[in-house]
Design a binder for this molecule. Structure first.
Ligand code: TTP
Ligand code: MG
Length: 382
């Protein structure tokens, strides 16, 4: 990292694309961030705190002045209190604030339950700390309108389960999605299509870019740069003079480009494809067509990867989010198309006439083993 760079340390948990891989230009990424997370758990635990300026931190700070603010309610933020601030300073700014961390044992279990809910989407996911996650929903939706509905449903589900709100951003890259999730807090959803990038960055304080912290923003401000639009049209060369090593990082953010992707979890334990519908499909013939298409895609993958499967799984999500998974296992691993197709269709068809309406169909194979032929080919090398 360049010493003169105004950027703070960046953490990338995500992997980079190789040149021969697809670009991410047509990805749809969702970033979810819980609103005032620890404070929200405190309020859930003690609803009398609702609507008050609340600081989460050392409850004895009034007496001994020790500790820092872990987070605070939006009411406290209005007084200039923010996370990381010494408790002493925070109490000077907002003497009437309530202080609590009674529910601290609940923070992690709550976070884990929410992350499990997000993993249920079965899309590539990257968890960042206790209250945020990136999900690549490219395979789940065909456009940004459908992505908005996924976001809305996630918000509703998390609120029903945990009585907590979150803010969600959707965009073509991880960073744009993250900026978007912060755009309309609390309980907001912000969708930024590639063509909406210019509007997003217009007048946006530079501080809102992940990686530009308070100190960096200050240094840029001293040079007269306050908002993103002032830097958006600068060349890499001009940006280098300002931010050194991070020039290309910034240059790409403004253009909705990124080489970071969310990798599916390691190891291939299963193969699956699913389709989510946002309009009523409504008739069993259409469901069967969708099933056939999904089966073909999943089966193609099975053969392409030289796998046999012992288990076929059918997932069906009804309107209202109830999801069922029905599996059928064979005694030995097989790759016979007809047998797999008939078994899967038989399971799925039992649900096609359900009056609730179907929102998602998924076809998956698990308990995979390499075909004998493939095993032989590999062993030939030794
Ligand atoms: P954030 O997402 O940064 O903050 P937040 O969820 O409280 O507020 P916002 O609505 O703006 O998203 O952090 C998530 C939780 O992590 C936060 O509730 C408390 C904890 N945390 C710390 O313990 N120390 C810190 O310095 C920060 C920044 C967060
Ligand atoms: Mg948060």
């Amino acid at each position: 990292m360049s010493r003169t760079s105004p950027f703070e340390h960046q953490q990338f948990h995500l992997s980079e694309l190789n040149d021969d891989e697809v670009t991410q230009e047509d990805r749809i990424i969702l970033h979810l961030d819980l609103d005032m997370f620890y404070a929200a758990v405190e309020i859930k635990n003690d609803p009398t705190l609702k609507g008050k300026p609340l600081i989460v931190g050392n409850p004895s700070a009034r007496q001994n002045g020790r500790g820092v603010v872990l987070t605070c309610s939006y009411e406290a933020r209005k007084f200039g209190v923010h996370s990381g601030m010494p408790m002493r300073t925070a109490l000077e700014k907002c003497p009437q604030a309530e202080i609590s961390n009674k529910a601290r044992k609940e923070y992690m279990p709550t976070s884990e339950r929410i992350m499990e809910t997000l993993k249920d989407l079965e899309e590539p996911i990257s968890l960042m700390g206790s209250d945020e996650a990136y999900i690549d929903i490219t395979a789940l939706v065909t456009n940004y309108e459908a992505a908005y509905i996924v976001a809305k449903e996630l918000q509703t589900k998390i609120f029903k389960q945990e009585e907590l709100t979150c803010s969600i951003g959707i965009g073509p890259t991880l960073k744009v999605a993250k900026i978007a999730s912060d755009f309309n807090k609390p309980n907001g959803i912000t969708v930024v299509k590639p063509e909406g990038l210019e509007k997003l960055f217009n007048d946006l304080p530079l501080r809102k870019i992940p990686g530009i912290g308070r100190a960096s923003a200050q240094k840029l401000a001293e040079r007269g740069f306050l908002t993103c639009d002032q830097l958006m049209d600068k060349s890499i060369y001009e940006l280098e003079k300002l931010v050194g090593f991070y020039a290309s990082y910034l240059y790409d953010i403004f253009r909705g480009k990124s080489r970071n992707v969310i990798r599916p979890r390691e190891g291939r334990k299963s193969i699956s494809h699913s389709s989510t519908f946002y309009a009523e499909v409504g008739d069993t013939v259409k469901y069967k067509e969708i099933f056939d298409h999904l089966f073909d895609k999943t089966y193609e993958k099975l053969v392409e990867k030289s796998f046999e499967t012992r288990t076929i799984n059918i997932r069906i999500r009804f309107k209202g989010y109830k999801t069922i998974t029905v599996a059928h296992s064979f005694k030995i691993p097989i790759q016979q198309r007809d047998l797999l197709y008939e078994t899967g269709l038989d399971i799925a068809q039992k649900h096609f006439s359900n009056r609730k309406g179907i929102r998602l169909i998924g076809v998956g194979f698990s308990n995979l083993e390499l075909t004998e032929l493939h095993q032989t080919m590999i062993s030939d090398f030794f």
